[in-house]
Design a protein around this ligand. Structure first.
Ligand code: GDP
Ligand code: PGA
Ligand code: MN
Ligand code: MN
Length: 606
């Protein structure tokens, strides 16, 4: 190892050779002023949030204990899918749905970008663990970053610090995650509240299980334990090892007779995962508890059932639309403080506000740091960015299931796939069997949301809600799903459902009230598993009649519920060429069973 004279570099709390040499190599490349080995303590949080306040990045929120408001650069507000790359050695292994670059070429381009990129800044080394630290094989990562915002966010979203590095010992495997905002502070350069770079790369090397991210400070691009590790790298690992890394919430549903079912659900970003995970049922006697709101790692247990673990430690939730009616448990979680709010609006008396929240505050500071009044809202300028986020610790959630961090995970009874579709897709349908369920997942479609940059509202295929997160060829991914179902005992497999909370009437309003009322759909789902609910055979699966759903006490037009549940052959026939086209995009890796399922659907539609 070269003797580099960078303060802090040699204060390593570890003898882990591979880690030490990587940290030295990165320090040499990026030339920070100082290196800090993060310990994950409250003192570290206090020191760094203090530094962020001094820098003008954070504004303390006196109405909320230990909580901060933050506004990003207006051009750094969401995941950048077109700048996200899977750099497998062979292009075919990335597949048609991913951006691919040759790994050596990408490394050379990014090495040039990283050279000196931390000048004038502190380089932080964050040892972290995805999933419980007391797992048989803890899933370690180490993120190097020059962003204090990333460090404090990682404190919330992952298990970090001294206990992690101690458990890593001198030779544990880990995923190296390199991040720089790409804004060196050379002599005379004044820092800004949200440093970032116009050039952005979110890059994954699946064979090396390595992540390189440059230019963005936004959560999904910069908190590398989340999408980059726990979905893209983990999905590629899961394929090799025979498990699943999925974009799914995990919830526990308890019936009035105390029967427990665990449910996992995959919806694209900003399509209802966090809300469903924390749902407050409107039907008496039913209870929902939360285990996770974004990511599930699932492995088959010795009993043949599929067990799910949430690798995360916090919620990174969509703020707009969150209120005491739609998601009271998120509101309660946030009231306990210790949270970071990014790109929401700030009130004059030190609280936060966003579109859809109760109250109509007069004088706000918008996410663009400008004065904002309701007149600006009427003029089409929202106070909070549509993808504004709260970042808050899981353990503050009042309905957290006690088993949420059990390394064994929880046995999943049902898997839900869902998207945001104004037409065509019924409120709920049950798949005939596993393979049909994989087909429903593989053909899932949804309107694009503000969670990624680009046009909002356009319908696209988003297989298993994983389009931006599959770390390898999507066709191989479908095959992996099919294969896992074949290996498993059919009786122990979760049953698969397809849901759509977002169907609209001709006048544009939602046909189904959603949120807490989705408990009625969950009830039907688990009653299907227990053989207590009826369903009609349709071309797209088993669908309840309006009379099969518990609608007691619900103030909704019967005709709307029927319209939400309708399977319209005409609409579905129009879907066939779109699915065909989608399958053609996947190319030769598409499993033939998916074509078989499409043919069967076509036949059922007549
Ligand atoms: P996630 O990104 O998948 O976790 O989605 P969220 O749960 O954060 O929800 C994203 C947006 O969809 C928010 O604005 C929610 O208020 C809204 N939303 C969530 N569930 C429902 C629902 O059942 N019906 C309707 N109409 N909107 C919903
Ligand atoms: P979400 O998570 O799924 O809760 O929106 C962030 C993202 O997917 O970008
Ligand atoms: Mn997500
Ligand atoms: Mn969410």
């Amino acid at each position: 190892m070269t003797a580099l004279a960078i303060p802090g570099l040699d204060h390593a709390p570890t003898t882990h050779e591979r880690l030490l040499s990587w940290v030295h190599e990165v320090a040499e490349l990026t030339s920070p002023d100082e290196v800090v080995w993060c310990d994950g303590t409250q003192q570290e949080w206090d020191r760094l949030t203090g530094r962020l306040v001094d820098a003008g990045t954070f504004v303390p929120l006196p109405r909320r204990p230990n909580s901060f408001w933050c506004a990003s650069d207006p051009d750094d507000v969401a995941r950048v899918e077109e700048r996200t790359f899977i750099c497998s050695r062979d292009e075919a292994d990335a597949g048609a749905t991913n951006n691919w670059r040759d790994p050596a070429e990408m490394k050379s381009v990014m090495t040039d970008l990283y050279r000196g990129s931390m000048r004038g800044r502190t380089m932080y080394v964050i040892p972290f663990c995805m999933g419980p630290l007391d797992a048989d094989k803890p899933m370690f990562g180490v993120e190097i970053t020059d962003s204090e915002y990333v460090v404090v966010s990682m404190h919330i979203m992952t298990r970090v610090g001294r206990r992690v590095i101690d458990r890593m010992g001198s030779d544990a495997d880990f995923v190296p995650c390199l991040h720089s905002v790409g804004a060196p502070l050379d002599e005379g350069v004044e820092d800004v509240p949200w440093p970032c770079n116009e050039t952005k790369y979110i890059t994954h090397f699946p064979e090396e299980k390595t992540i390189w991210s440059f230019g963005s400070g936004y959560g999904g691009n910069a908190l590398l334990g989340k999408k980059c590790y726990s979905l893209r790298i983990a999905s590629s690992l899961a394929r090799e090892e025979g498990w699943l890394a999925e974009h799914m919430l995990i919830l526990k549903l308890t019936s009035p007779t105390d029967k427990v079912h665990y449910v996992a659900a995959a919806f694209p970003s900003a399509c209802g995962k966090t809300n469903l995970a924390m749902l407050e049922p409107t039907i008496p006697g039913w209870r929902v508890e939360t285990l996770g709101d974004d990511i599930a790692w699932m492995r088959f247990g010795k009993d043949g059932r599929l067990y799910a673990v949430n690798p995360e430690n916090g919620f990174f939730g969509v703020a707009p639309g969150t209120n005491w009616k739609t998601n009271p448990n998120a509101m309660r979680t946030l009231e306990r403080g210790n949270s970071i709010f990014t790109n929401v609006a700030r009130t004059a008396d030190g609280d936060v506000w966003w579109e859809g929240m109760e109250g109509s505050p007069e004088n706000l500071t918008s996410w663009k740091r400008q004065d904002w009044t309701p007149a600006d809202g009427e003029a089409g300028e929202p106070a909070a960015h549509p993808n504004s986020r709260y970042c808050t610790p899981m353990n503050q959630c009042p309905v957290l299931a006690p088993e949420w961090d059990d390394p064994q995970g929880v046995p999943i009874s049902a898997i839900l796939f869902g998207g945001r579709r104004a037409t065509t897709v019924p409120l709920v349908a049950q798949a005939r069997d596993w393979q049909h369920g994989v087909f429903l997942g593989a053909t899932l479609s949804s309107e694009k949301t503000a969670a990624a940059t680009g046009a909002v509202g356009q319908v696209r295929r988003d297989p298993m809600a994983m389009l931006p997160f599959i770390g390898y060829n999507a066709g191989d991914y479908f095959q992996h799903w099919v294969d896992l179902g074949k290996q498993a005992d059919a009786g122990a497999l979760p049953s698969i459902f397809y849901v759509n909370w977002f169907r609209r009437g001709e006048d544009g309003r939602f046909l189904w009230p959603g949120f807490g009322e989705n408990s009625r759909v969950l009830k039907w789902i688990v009653e299907r598993l227990d053989g207590d609910a009826t369903a009609a055979e349709t071309a797209v699966g088993l669908v309840p009649g309006a009379d099969a759903l518990d609608l007691s006490g619900l103030d909704v037009r019967q005709a709307d519920v029927e319209a939400a549940l309708a399977v319209d052959a005409e609409e579905w026939r129009a879907e066939l060429p779109l699915i065909e086209e989608w399958f053609d995009t996947i190319g030769p890796a598409l499993p033939s069973t998916m074509r078989d399922e499409l043919a069967a659907l076509r036949q059922r539609l007549g």
